[in-house]
Design a protein around this ligand. Sequence first.
Ligand code: ADP
Ligand code: MG
Length: 266
Amino acid sequence: MADPVIEMNDGAVAIAGRPILRHIDLAVAAGEFVALMGANGSGKSTLVRALTGLRPLATGSLRLFGTALDDFHDWQRVGFVPQRGGAASGVPASVWEVVASGRLTRRKLLRPLRRADRAAIDDALEVVGLAHRARDGVSTLSGGQQQRVLIARALAGEPELFFLDEPTAGVDLPNQQVLADTLATLSGRGATIVLVAHELGPMAPLIDRAVVMRDGRVAYDGPPLASDQVATAHLDLHDAGHHHHPEPERHDHAPHIASLIEGGPE
Ligand code: ADP
Ligand code: MG
């Protein structure tokens, strides 16, 4: 893969001494749209935090845009919409203010917002369909609309690499569709996207590749999967001597998955 945007080699994360992620190898090329899937607790959010430098690696290495994490400072190139439960809850900010906060990394220190900043903020609100709610308090919006505010905030920074952690959880279908349209636009501009999702819903046609986490490891990495294939997806590559997953297999989908892997790009 020439010049991956993300390159993690043998990454491991431990929290309070407990190993959470182990032996993560992940390379994502510029412009790829990756769905990060897997059961609750499998390590998706931890992996996203590690990839955004928010969780240190215990071992292994991470490069972003070809630069080792320690030397990487171009954080304005990276957007991150965290899993819900934090940002918008109970904060009496207006929609515009929250989105404007996503522009901060682009600003020169202590300078007022310039015309380009205001245009980017208005653009982001337009893209997620909330321009008409700009002056309203975030708390007056529905859950799905609040999620779109967080997405607009990340968009306002005009990221080239965009992480979204379960942006569709608990979001109704019309809001999911707006999000899918937004991500299609961003992807069309060449952005690299890593989307954590259980159900892909309207995002499904956008996905280039699925990465499935299980017990803190990458269990599958290949062509997109339907949600009923995720639980049984497995890597059979390079793994012959390891046998880390002696799971009670449900064999209903296994042959199909195996054929997908054999036809895969890697
Ligand atoms: P997912 O996003 O796939 O649901 P997480 O990455 O949130 O999974 O969690 C993976 C594992 O790490 C879980 O067992 C979870 O309990 C543990 N974990 C995640 N964050 C913390 C934390 N801050 N403190 C302790 N354990 C954590
Ligand atoms: Mg999570």
